[in-house]
Design a protein around this ligand. Structure first.
Ligand SMILES: NC(=O)c1ccc[n+]([C@@H]2O[C@H](COP(=O)([O-])OP(=O)(O)OC[C@H]3O[C@@H](n4cnc5c(N)ncnc54)[C@H](O)[C@@H]3O)[C@@H](O)[C@H]2O)c1
Length: 277
């Protein structure tokens, strides 16, 4: 039986950063459910596509792959023209998932104390995570408005855009190496902007049938993470573990489909309880 409520079949979707850890799960889930998915990424080539999504992805007519830097609106418009020529309609769903962050393995120049945090790094992170999301909303939203069929825009936020990082989680780095790791301000500041960009656009496009919501993930487990980091992070997490990379798929399908038809300007928090205390 087709589940009409959560149906995304034939919807034209864009997932930015769709070859990244969370993004590839979004692409696979939408693809499995019969959506047409355009993957926009900074580093897109056949080798990476095959490695991330499997060889069959290269010949799947419901998947298209584009090299797109989300800070380049002109490129986004070229790609949108190409998608429309191939699939015959404007996008229904935009998932603004691409983003950059500073991992605990980062060098001290970009992870040191706030007082000396480099302005150029702050600008770069804001440029990708916030300005890039703004530009993608502009480019894709304009097509949605023109098509008259509405759409759903899903902006990916972060617990660190809602609340401040807990610096104690990262203190082990200094104890171990003598060099402090301070979870940087840039990511938090950029991600926090996503929440009101979402609310702004939800009201701005409300009557056009374009819904705009934020999906907020928490820390995802990776096999490259330091054990002490995982222990410190999960000690603070009410559910006592990090998330698996596919645990945001349910929220994504909900936001992309009719199941969330009266939801806009909102924030769907999938964080194992992180922001509950
Ligand atoms: N992983 C987590 O623990 C976590 C927690 C909260 C929020 N998030 C958010 O979830 C989203 C996905 O994160 P992830 O962990 O999968 O990260 P990731 O690094 O695995 O994937 C991000 C992808 O975005 C792409 N990208 C970066 N800059 C780009 C640009 N300018 N143009 C186009 N593509 C670009 C990268 O190439 C990469 O493929 C991000 O917005 C991130 O901030 C992640």
């Amino acid at each position: 039986m087709t589940d009409e409520l959560f149906n995304v079949e034939n919807k034209i979707c864009i997932v930015t950063g769709g070859l990244g850890q969370i993004g590839k799960n979004f692409v696979q889930e939408l693809n499995k459910r019969g959506a047409k998915v355009a993957v926009w990424g900074r580093t897109v080539n056949n080798e990476r596509i095959a490695k991330t999504l499997g060889e069959q992805a290269l010949t799947d007519a419901n998947l298209r792959f584009y090299s797109v830097d989300i800070t380049n609106k002109e490129r986004m418009n070229e790609v949108l023209d190409d998608m429309e020529a191939a699939w015959g309609a404007a996008p229904d769903v935009l998932v603004n998932n691409a983003g950059i962050d500073t991992q605990p393995s980062a060098p001290p120049e970009v992870s040191g104390p706030f007082e000396n945090f480099p302005e150029e790094v702050f600008r770069e992170v804001v440029n990708v995570n916030l300005v890039g999301t703004f530009l993608a909303c502009q480019a894709v939203g304009a097509r949605m408005v023109k098509s008259g069929k509405g759409g759903s825009i899903i902006n990916v936020g972060s617990i660190y855009g809602m609340v401040s990082p807990i610096q104690d989680i990262y203190a082990y780095k200094k104890e171990r190496t003598g060099i402090p790791f301070i979870k940087p301000v840039a990511y938090s500041a950029a991600k926090s902007g996503i929440y009101n960009l979402t609310r702004y656009l939800a009201t701005y496009w409300g009557k056009e049938g374009i819904r705009v919501n934020t999906l907020t993930p928490a820390g995802v487990w990776r096999d490259t993470q330091d054990e002490t980091f995982i222990a410190n992070f999960t000690a603070r997490m009410p559910m006592g573990r990090m998330s698996q990379e596919n645990e945001y798929n349910g929220a994504l399908i909900f936001l992309a489909s009719k199941a969330s038809s009266f939801m806009t300007g909102s924030n769907l928090i999938i964080d194992g309880g992180w922001t509950a205390w």
